[in-house]
Design a protein around this ligand. Sequence first.
Ligand code: TYD
Length: 133
Amino acid sequence: MSISQFIDFPNLSDKRGSLVSIDSSVGLPFDVKRIYYIFGTQKNVSRGHHAHKRLHQVALCISGSCEMTIDNGDSQEKILINSPYKAINLPPMLWHEMYNFSQDCILLVLASDFYNEDDYIRDYKNFKKLLNQ
Ligand code: TYD
């Protein structure tokens, strides 16, 4: 079974151009407390390489594209993120790595809580250990 879950955002585009609105009716699995975005990523850079203990996130490319590998400890999946209408669901305890950012990539992330370094698991062996506890 696939471990990637996507959330569709409503496309309110018309002949003038594109518009996407994200509110509580789109089925986000949490109330958003923080928004951040990653852009201007240099060639051959990969980011992420961590999981979160409790933080839940949803991520989408509002411009350009990137690839992501997600890993729940049992299986890994490589996904392309390239739509302003479709977000990948990143629940807690999901290892994720992002790479192959296009030059115009803006990766927007909606998060369930404030930034907290204590919530990060940055060591893959530790991630596996915590999953098996
Ligand atoms: P980090 O989470 O390591 O980035 P990535 O997972 O994309 O590789 O964050 C990079 C730095 O920015 C790190 O020092 C933590 C800081 N940071 C904040 O202060 N607030 C935030 O909301 C985020 C996401 C990061």
